[in-house]
Design a binder for this molecule. Structure first.
Ligand code: FES
Length: 188
């Protein structure tokens, strides 16, 4: 049976090559909604009263509590919501107070950080308003938004990755891929 099957496959392949028929092969391409944000993607609100709307700087108050956002491919309208590693938290900061290393990644002060904590992967959804720090609810890691989300407290081993942004006709778009590895390293 095995020999027969092998022979049948060979015969099919030979016939296909002979007449120019494409033999389908398995595709391992990643679904577009799981792909990381790409340069040129729009940035849209993920939740809240403006959910799904394109982000413009005027829709964010200065130094407001960060809110969730996702990238969207303008060519196909695909929302990149197929992986939680794609989720970012955005706010608007004073460009003159951003660290030199952080400044190039912001657009009119709008900045996007990965929502996934670098400790054990919880969503970084808390905000210490009087210190302007993002905070993880799981083990209290704190991240300084004006200084590239550097860790200023708690067990997180590294800063949150930044998603570089730019402005296109007044709206925020993705300028480049994440600046660092998104997610956490398993601790043993
Ligand atoms: S998962 Fe964020 S501090 Fe532990």
């Amino acid at each position: 049976m095995t020999n027969r099957t092998t022979l049948d496959r060979r015969a099919l392949l030979k016939a296909g090559l002979g007449v120019g028929i494409a033999i389908p092969t398995k595709s391992w391409a990643q679904p577009p909604n799981r792909a990381r944000p790409q340069p040129g993607d729009w940035l849209v609100f993920d939740g809240g009263e403006n959910s799904g709307q394109r982000i413009t700087p005027d829709l964010l108050a200065l130094e407001q509590r960060p809110v969730a956002a996702l990238a969207k491919d303008p060519a196909t309208s695909t929302l990149r919501d197929g992986s939680r590693l794609n989720r970012v938290m955005i706010t608007r900061l004073d460009p003159t107070k951003l660290s030199e290393a952080t400044k190039p990644h912001a657009a009119a002060g709008v900045i996007a950080f990965s929502a996934v904590c670098t400790h054990t992967g919880c969503d970084v959804i808390n905000w210490v308003e009087d210190k302007l720090l993002m905070a993880c609810p799981c083990h209290e890691s704190h991240f300084d938004v004006y200084n590239g989300a550097n860790v200023v407290g708690g067990p997180a081993p590294r800063p949150l990755a930044i998603l570089p942004l730019s402005l296109e006709s007044g709206s925020v778009v993705v300028a480049a891929g994440f600046t660092g590895r998104v997610g956490f390293t398993q601790q043993f």
